[in-house]
Design a protein around this ligand. Structure first.
Ligand code: RP5
Length: 165
């Protein structure tokens, strides 16, 4: 599914070590049948790749970019500076500072260059996938229907009362 058809969402991450987090975004897009691609693009280690990715993303047919990074997490903001596609930032949890470093690096963008910042870690990555799908669903009624069904299944799975020991 991920790259079988032209991708509409690009999931990028600063390192292979971010994949266990960003795979949650990919899994959500798989579940909602949204074609997407996954790439390693580092703001610090591969700045030229970042530049190329951001400047060609729209022309290649992408509509939303999910960007996850940890620590000094410049990736989402740098990508947002070179494309007008919506960028959803995912702060990756870090060993040193728990991901608060990543969150602060991503969320505190200057006026004019927004990054839609999710929660730290796996939940944030899953929500990034959902948010990307919801943006696409504004012009895709079939996808909107799949998101509605996904939400209903989630609600239906929640019991009325807690199990008591
Ligand atoms: C960031 O540095 C990456 O996004 C990653 O979260 C962090 C650590 O990268 P590795 O040292 O594991 O490659 O750029």
């Amino acid at each position: 599914m991920a790259e079988a058809t032209a991708p509409r969402v690009g999931i990028i991450m600063g390192s292979q070590s971010d994949w266990p987090t960003l795979q949650e975004a990919a899994a959500m897009l798989d579940a909602l049948e949204v074609p997407h691609e996954t790439r390693i693009v580092s703001a610090h280690r591969t700045p030229d790749r970042l530049w190329d990715y951001a400047t060609t993303a729209a022309d290649r047919g992408l509509s939303v970019i999910v960007a996850g990074a940890g620590g000094a997490a410049h990736l989402p903001g740098m990508v947002a500076s070179k494309t007008r596609l919506p960028v959803i930032g995912v702060p990756v949890q870090t060993k040193a500072l728990g991901g608060v470093d990543s969150l602060y690096s991503i969320v505190q963008m200057p006026r004019g260059f927004p990054v839609a910042t999710m929660a730290i870690g796996a939940a944030g990555a899953a929500n990034a996938g959902l948010m990307a799908a919801q943006i696409l669903a504004l012009t895709d009624p079939a996808l909107d229907g799949r998101i509605a069904a996904w939400r209903k299944a989630l609600s239906d799975a929640i019991p009325d009362a807690p199990k008591r020991d």
